[in-house]
Ligand binder design. Structure first.
Ligand SMILES: Cc1ncc(COP(=O)(O)O)c(C=O)c1O
Length: 428
């Protein structure tokens, strides 16, 4: 007789693994909305903007492409990504250095899998890095940052951790502009962190998926500061509004060709290649055009206006948070409200988020999902609950400027209501 415990046994690496908190939150939102309850979707970080029309048209034109494409990606796409990277970072890049994958998330996982050693993560960090590390059998080591440093990793903190870890290979994952903090590294900060990375021979994965969404268009890529040890990842999910298309890339320096080859072999035994029509369409996205530049310019101005509005309103209510400079997230800490608000039973960020959702309909994600201490009462706010297509059209037609006072009430009314509800909820 078949032993049922044997047929149902789970890989121990999967024990305790929950659905990604962002996806779980998005499901909870849908349930609330279906039950007719009010919801403000500030929990899930999806681009509010449509895929640019010319990129959509390119996908439609190539829908009949049905053959498997090369494992590392369609050659014209690798050329376009290399040129894009060179244009945006100033760092020379050849198509051979580019690996295309089904979203940068999968590439980040595969890199963690291919790497042997310690994984170092600043806290806070994007929700999926740590579970991915655990799936590959590694326990990530957190490097705590603080509100006083805008949640940015400090060179001294990195150095101290490298000393503690000692002489084993180390992988550091950085993300700028940052999810969850909305903060970006300046060129000087990149230089200082790169100096430490070089001194300790770190493998540096620089996740730059929000690079094009730096609000001033001044993203600093990590690779020029530490070219020999940096892998840059990115894709079309955020700046091109195409998260569901599942296309990302990783760029390797020649010194890390062994890693690129290993990841390419993994790809050949797992996902094979990214969907063909999507790869053809992405060529247009990365080649760029005047209309894509206009789209990006308008997207950045809209995000900046909404991000600054949320920041100002929350700060005036006594909530601690740094002003955002890229992407579409804020990372408020409610710790300063503790002494004066009526929610005295709240001691953890999860309780905070649950109570906030129940009492106001506003969904945030607890900071502990990002590696923070639950008692610091941090939460991530994604300011994307607005009609990006409508806002983009209005701004591009010159109907309104994102900086106009009427913009937020007219084009981001749910965000305005949500922020006002959070403010009121934190009052004494
Ligand atoms: C910081 C960060 N990195 C990576 C990803 C994954 O992006 P992709 O859609 O390319 O897999 C996300 C998506 O939310 C993200 O926020």
């Amino acid at each position: 007789m078949l032993n049922s415990t044997r047929t149902t046994s789970l890989n121990p690496l999967l024990e305790g693994l929950r659905p990604s908190p962002t996806l779980a939150m998005s499901m909870r939102m849908r349930e609330r909305a279906a039950a007719g309850e009010e919801v403000y979707r500030l929990g899930f970080g999806q681009s509010p903007f449509p895929v640019p029309e010319e990129v959509v048209q390119a996908a439609v034109a190539h829908i009949r492409e049905k053959d498997y494409l090369p494992v590392s990606g369609l050659w014209p796409l690798r050329e376009a990504v290399a040129a894009f990277h060179q244009r945006t970072s100033g760092q020379p890049c050849s198509p051979e250095q580019v690996l295309i994958g089904p979203g940068s998330k999968e590439l980040i996982f595969n890199l963690q899998f291919a790497f042997e050693g310690e994984v170092l993560l600043p806290a806070p960090s994007w929700v999926s890095y740590a579970p991915q590390a655990r799936l590959t059998g590694k326990q990530p080591r957190w490097i705590h940052t603080g509100a006083q440093h805008q949640w940015k990793l400090q060179p001294a903190g990195l150095e101290a951790t490298c000393e503690q870890v000692g002489d084993v290979p180390k992988l550091l994952i950085l993300n700028s502009p940052n999810n969850p903090s909305g903060q970006s590294f300046s060129p000087e900060e990149c230089r200082e962190l790169a100096a430490v990375a070089r001194r300790y021979g770190l493998l540096l994965l620089s996740d730059e998926i929000y690079g094009e969404l730096h609000h001033e268009g001044r993203h600093s890529c990590m690779a020029p500061y530490y070219p020999e040890g940096t892998v840059v990842t990115g894709g079309i999910s955020k700046w091109c509004g195409a998260g569901g298309w599942r296309l990302g890339y990783a760029i390797f320096p020649p010194q890390l060709q062994w890693l690129q080859q290993a990841m390419s072999s993994m790809a050949s035994e797992t996902y094979s290649a990214v969907s063909a029509p999507i790869q053809y369409a992405a060529v247009n996205a990365f080649r760029g055009s005047q209309s894509l530049d206009d789209y990006l310019q308008a997207s950045r101005r809209i995000l900046k206006a909404i991000g600054q509005y949320c920041y100002r309103e929350l700060r005036q209510a006594g909530i601690t948070l740094p002003p955002p400079d890229g992407g579409f997230y804020l990372f408020p800490s409610f710790e300063s409200c503790k002494g004066r608000w009526k929610h005295q039973t709240i001691t953890t960020d999860r309780q905070l988020c649950e109570k906030l959702l129940d009492e106001t309909g506003v969904a945030l994600l607890p900071g502990s999902d990002f590696g923070c201490d639950p008692a610091s009462l941090c939460a991530r706010l994604a300011y994307v609950d607005f009609d990006g297509e409508k806002a983009l059209q209005a701004v591009q037609n010159g109907h309104i400027q994102p900086e106009d006072a009427a913009f937020i009430p007219e084009y981001a009314p749910l965000i305005q209501q949500a922020v006002q509800r959070v403010r009121e909820w934190t009052m004494p």
